[in-house]
Design a protein around this ligand. Structure first.
Ligand SMILES: NC(=O)c1ccc[n+]([C@@H]2O[C@H](COP(=O)([O-])OP(=O)(O)OC[C@H]3O[C@@H](n4cnc5c(N)ncnc54)[C@H](OP(=O)(O)O)[C@@H]3O)[C@@H](O)[C@H]2O)c1
Length: 284
């Protein structure tokens, strides 16, 4: 990598941020396209978020990605919001347009692209969604935009699932929303007609994590999506054993990054290169 006086700087705000794969993926993409850009990790504590965001403008950064725990709080510091952020209230990509900070969210589009690549259609389907955090919000927003018929929400902390459902009801009056207690997630039957299941909890990140849900109760036609990207989770292993179609969060991660790259550079992202670099880094 060659840093020059003209090098443009992007980066990621998070806390902690040391685990992020984005610098490796984005820097490889800049290099592949011959762009004089660099991407850096910025460990930004919650108390420093306002100043750090002001720093995007002051330091003339081209923009940043935003990860846990800042996706919702940074919304207040944006000058302009993309239409999806106005609805979702969560930003994962900031673009600095000549001093004007514009907040975007590419997570949900990354999720859709990963499914399109596998030829999966969601229109009119019934989904079970585990989790109620940032990933769950992005996934639900994507499901709604793709015309899903019904989403059954469940989360360890029931009140968070309820709050998410309330937020989603304001976004769509075409989708049916249902909230069930987390203990009930292992008691579905054929008549519940669940055909799409998403794990949007952090269960599965560690080898010792329990299964977020037992798939044996679902038909083999179920499509299983696990947003965890750092390993092949026990959930995905069980899905494969039961003959179910499935995918992990790896492509969602790459596509959300590719879309951010395109917003900052105005160039088409080298997606295959980004996938290859991420795979190598993860050892998958
Ligand atoms: N593939 C991608 O591109 C992508 C994008 C974003 C996130 N992710 C991944 O998605 C996961 C969730 O991220 P997030 O941003 O949504 O985090 P978050 O906002 O902190 O939410 C975490 C979720 O996991 C649940 N959870 C945590 N520990 C649990 C446990 N022991 N048992 C049951 N539920 C548990 C939480 O439930 P409570 O509400 O009860 O705490 C909450 O619903 C992370 O692993 C992250 O790496 C992937």
């Amino acid at each position: 990598m060659r840093i020059t006086g003209k090098t443009k700087v992007a980066g990621i705000f998070g806390f902690p941020v040391s685990h992020t794969l984005s610098p490796v993926i984005q820097n490889a993409a800049f290099e592949e396209k011959g762009l004089d850009f660099v991407y850096l990790p910025f460990p930004v504590e919650p108390s420093g978020l306002k100043n750090a965001t002001e720093g995007i403008r002051a330091l003339n950064l081209v923009g940043v990605n935003v990860t846990i725990p800042h996706k919702e709080s940074i919304v207040d510091y944006m000058d302009e919001l993309s239409p999806e952020v106005k609805v979702m209230g969560a930003v994962n990509t900031v673009v600095n347009r000549e001093g004007k900070l514009v907040g975007y969210n590419t997570d949900w589009r990354g999720f859709i692209k990963s499914l399109q690549e596998e030829g999966v259609s969601l229109r009119g389907k019934n989904a079970l969604l585990l989790g109620a955090g940032g990933a769950a919000l992005s996934v639900c927003f994507a499901l709604i935009n793709e015309g899903i018929g019904r989403i059954v929400l469940t989360n360890r902390t029931f009140s968070r699932a309820k709050n998410l459902a309330r937020k989603l009801e304001k976004i769509s009056n075409k989708t049916n929303f249902e909230v069930i207690e987390f203990e009930k997630r292992n008691y579905f039957s054929q008549k519940d007609n669940i055909d799409f299941l998403v794990n949007a909890t952090s269960l599965g990140m560690n080898e010792t994590d329990p299964l977020p849900v037992n798939l044996e109760q679902f038909p083999p036609s179920l499509y299983v999506y696990d947003v965890i990207y750092n390993r092949e989770t026990e959930l995905l292993k069980q899905a494969k054993k039961l003959g179910m179609r499935c995918q992990g969060g790896f492509k969602m991660l790459v596509y959300q990054g590719a879309l951010a790259f395109e917003l900052w550079t105005g160039e088409k992202a080298p997606v295959e290169k980004m996938k290859a670099v991420a795979k190598k880094q993860l050892g998958i």
